[in-house]
Ligand binder design. Structure first.
Ligand code: F6R
Length: 609
């Protein structure tokens, strides 16, 4: 949530800041702003709305400078407005901030008592005033910032500049991501590497509790108490194309169509493998997984849905009991820990505050067998677990998660097979068949994508609807949940998912001709049961949209629309059946004219509680 870019260089850095903000806009897009130091002193521009509004202001004013900080906001404290947009200013310094200062109210009261005036409703303005006050007794800028942030509670990444020191930016990180970008022509900082690829590939990832001073030709990192630390410099492998739209209209569309490649990258190691090895999850995996008694999966949103699918696999294939829990619930619940539990955290970003806190909670309860399934190798989550599996979906920019989900499922299926094997439940021939199915998965997904024209033709039917019901059974029930989440978040149609067998226990009351019902209907053991549930819907006048398999006998008829997926894919069918639901929500959103990649009120990476 919120994106930060900072730059101190030999050139005018305003174009770098704006391009960086455009790349980070997926993190928040309520308002944007920047602060510069130039021959006129400290200059601040802020705009309600998108980075484009800020760019227009830059064009109008001709703002330029060699040192600057910039921000794109997702509102937490204080409504989206120009006065709440960052940077916030106090006594000739400007601050941008990502995260939440939990003790901001107490700090605000002290600062007000000292005569500081607040012009916004944000927690960030507290940081600006704190540093300004500290500078009155601590003349060194870097020391004053460190002394100020030592008083903050909560999660933050900040960047600060000061009018009287035009060649210096101070940044700090605690809980929210921040990295440095190094180059011969200047130094930079940003919330993620994509913002800085325009100027450098040389990155230094800050750890929680790190502070850094950036100058044009050098930088140094210390802990909050001033102790110097070294962090390794890494060459970013991110390709600039990976964060460009290319021929696509939206990132979500691009990412849906990237799924075959994302899966094949994630499963690349299987190309030449003759067996599935625990080492896929880390060097210690074999020892750690050997006598695991149960699995606890913790995640949020779409990643949580991936966990729900995995529960069906883990229990049926590996014969291991599995619980799946929303991270924001688990972290505050009194639960019964078992040290022989494998705690699996799933996250695209690896920065989701609730997931990180839930992991810490599990560890504090003595559960040290922890695994992260994550798409960002440098993320906080990956650094905090004993085992890890990096999905190789590439950067996911669209706020609605798509390719991250299918690659998470692939990783979870591998975990299922590893656990099944370690528990003696995977025969050699079964293992060989699973390897073949996994290798063929990218092709199978690519064939499903060819259904796009038919799905697009259905989208118009949903344009004027207010509600939709998604049904599924077994491991396709979480797929129905994921379909409902996709539809509601990008088209704003209220959508709910039900296990089809639950229909008659209440939700059937909602069904009439205004309620489209989408059914995930693979040709598995539950198909006959599902067909009966669909008859219950049809009998009440509900319009059915059924995603069936090629070999199913489901046929279209009055009020029943059926699309056949090219092949039934056994246990892995969930990975295929989610794809038409992604495409459906995408095309419905297009018809309704919503902002597909930046749905209202949302942001990509939820680094606040
Ligand atoms: C929905 C979506 C969110 C995320 C959730 C967790 O399309 O993207 O529900 O899945 O915020 O995010 P990560 O996976 O980054 O932890």
């Amino acid at each position: 949530m919120c994106g930060i870019v900072a730059a101190v260089a030999d050139r005018d850095i305003v174009p770098v800041l704006l391009e960086g903000l455009r790349k980070l806009e997926y993190r928040g897009y309520d308002s944007a702003g920047l602060a510069l130091i130039n021959e006129n002193g400290l200059q601040r521009l802020r705009a309600l709305g998108r980075v484009a509004e800020l760019t227009a202001q830059v064009d109008e004013t001709g703002a330029a400078g060699n040192t600057g900080i910039a921000h794109t906001r997702w509102a937490t404290h204080g409504a989206p407005s120009e006065r709440n947009a960052h940077p916030h200013i106090s006594g000739g310094l400007a601050v941008v901030h990502n995260g939440i200062i939990e003790n901001h109210e107490a700090l605000r009261a002290h600062l007000k008592a000292d005569g500081y005036e607040f012009t916004s409703d944000t927690d960030t303005e507290v940081v600006a005033h704190l540093i300004a006050r500290e500078l009155q007794t601590t003349p060194d800028f870097f020391t004053a910032v460190r002394a100020s942030i030592a008083r903050l509670q909560g999660a933050y990444a900040i960047a600060v500049l000061r009018e009287v020191e035009p060649d210096r930016i101070i940044v700090a990180r605690e809980g929210s991501p921040l990295l440095l970008g190094l180059s011969d022509a200047g130094n930079y900082a940003a919330s993620d590497a994509s913002a800085l690829l325009q100027v450098t590939r040389r990155m230094v990832y800050l750890e929680n509790g790190d502070c850094a001073e950036l100058k044009r030709d050098n930088y140094r990192i210390t802990r909050v108490d001033g102790t110097p630390v070294e962090r390794p410099e890494k060459e970013s492998q991110l390709s600039a194309d990976a964060v460009e739209l290319g021929a696509y209209r939206h990132y979500m569309q691009k990412e849906i169509f990237e799924q075959p490649a994302a899966l094949s990258n994630t499963l690349e190691m299987l190309e030449t493998a003759h067996s599935i090895q625990p080492g896929l999850f880390g060097a210690d995996a074999e020892a750690m997984l050997k006598d695991v008694r149960q699995v606890l999966i913790i995640a949020c949103g779409t990643s949580y849905h991936a966990g729900l699918v995995a529960r069906y696999w883990l229990e049926a294939i590996a014969g291991i009991s599995c619980a799946v829990e929303v991270a924001s619930e688990y972290r505050y619940r009194d639960s019964v820990p078992d040290p022989q539990t494998l705690v699996v955290t799933i996250s695209q970003s690896g920065e989701t505050a609730d997931t990180l806190a839930a992991l810490q909670h599990a560890k504090a309860l003595g559960m040290t067998r922890t695994l992260a399934i994550c798409n960002v190798p440098e993320s906080s989550l990956v650094r905090e677990t004993a085992l890890r599996f990096i999905t190789r979906a590439g950067p996911e920019i669209g706020v609605a998660s798509t390719k991250a989900f299918t690659t998470q499922l692939a990783a979870l299926y591998l975990l299922t097979l590893v656990l099944a094997k370690s528990r003696g439940r995977l025969t050699v021939s079964h293992e060989a068949a699973e390897l073949t199915a996994l290798r063929h998965l990218p092709v199978a997904v690519a064939k499903v994508l060819e259904l796009e024209p038919q799905i697009k033709a259905w989208a118009g039917h949903f344009a004027t609807k207010q509600h939709a019901l998604f049904l599924g059974r077994g491991r396709h029930y979480p797929i129905a949940m994921e379909g409902a989440l996709k539809l509601k978040e990008i088209s704003y149609i209220h959508a709910e998912a039900y296990a089809a067998g639950e229909l008659k226990h209440g939700p059937l009351a909602l069904v009439d001709k205004e309620m489209p019902v989408i059914a995930v209907a693979p040709n598995d053991a539950l198909i006959e049961k599902l067909k009966s549930n669909l008859q219950e819907v049809r009998a009440r006048g509900g319009e059915l949209y059924v995603f069936a398999d090629a070999d199913s006998e489901m046929q279209a008829s009055d009020g029943i629309h059926v699309l056949h997926l090219p092949e039934h894919y056994g246990a892995l069918s969930a990975l295929l059946h989610v794809v038409p639901l992604q495409l459906l929500s995408y095309h419905v959103a297009l018809v309704r004219g919503t902002d597909v990649d930046k749905p209202r009120n949302l942001a990509k990476s939820v680094t606040v509680e």
